[in-house]
Design a protein around this ligand. Sequence first.
Ligand SMILES: [Zn+2]
Ligand SMILES: [Zn+2]
Length: 424
Amino acid sequence: MRVEAVRGMPDILPEETPLWQYVEAEVREAFAIYGYREIRTPIVERAELFSRGVGEATDIVHKEMYVFPDKKGQLLALRPEATASVVRAYIEHGLHARGGVAKLYYLGPMFRYEKPQKGRKRQFHQYGVEAIGSLDPALDAEVIDLAWYIMERLGLRREGLFLRLNSIGCPEDRPRYREALREHFVPHRERLCPDCQRRLEENPLRILDCKVPTCQEIARDAPRSVDYLCEGCRAHFRELLGYLDALGLAYEMDPKLVRGLDYYTRTVFELASRDLGAQDALLGGGRYDGLVEALGGPPTPGVGFAGGLERLILVLGVREPPDKCFRLIHGPDVYLLPVGEGEKIEALRILAQLRRAGIPSDMDYAGRSLRKRLQAAARSGARCALFLGEEELSRGEVKARDLASGEEEYVPVGELVDYLKRRG
Ligand SMILES: [Zn+2]
Ligand SMILES: [Zn+2]
């Protein structure tokens, strides 16, 4: 019986990986230019990190997290997102003690048990940044600017994208806002979906991002969080808007935008594509000023975002793949053709030599006829074929054929590297 991949956990095939590598390289470079350094946290964490960090009542933790006991019964989870992990590492390694703002980025697979659909898989890949250690709204603006910069680098038009923005205030503002939401939703309790009836008790903010149409309809004229901000949060948001204006970054105020994670405070945002339909967010983020403390660190503010590589590739895939992408597809430049079995040892030796000299080269291992192998050489895209015959080798030479022009010449084995490099 054939064993197949787990549903929602797709392979990324060789013809797709060049686009992935291209996007990953661009994203990494953008992060580096903005002063962020990579952190690599493990894929498996204690489940409690996410129930405490992301929130027990969130869909991510409540419904979508892969949780399992290890052999000692310790409850572990496949990470559903990376912010909680990065903050855990930040605390665990005392990065706060180094002072200043820790600017960290990550890139890697995350796991959520969701209904698999286009651009949304159970194993998916996120790129993201966390800037931990400052309340300055200029840092929020920097993070948003970085999100735009990534899209610019990838050649996505500004007109095709838009930024949704909101402020959900601080924990002091939250009780009043939550109460206002509860008052708004309670009269409609019976019409809310079963999840939202639960959310009404646990955290009515979560109703605002419910995807069920009836819930969305009831949420349409719900109270707006920006009307429940304290003076400090209002000033913070005002300053951020001033910085965004100064940077020429447009935004659309979205009072429904609360993001599906409990740790957010103040600024929340999403960068969305007009080409993606209903699930249009390319990346999302915001401030999490209470998260470090909630996970056992000293009170430390932070801001960041995360985006899905699958979505980005979906949006990029509709265009011509950029030239840079093709440079990553490394076919052989040189193809070796040992004429008989006896020449195979010499072929392997030459192959090892060429490769160590940095010349992409290959030969046929399928045991086919010389004619078939020559076809394989042509198909491989190599520019040059090297024929290794008994007679030539006895003279210490091989026959080189230019696969485009058909021109042939004899080259001493000892001069092959120079010869091939000279041909360029
Ligand atoms: Zn506040
Ligand atoms: Zn609902």
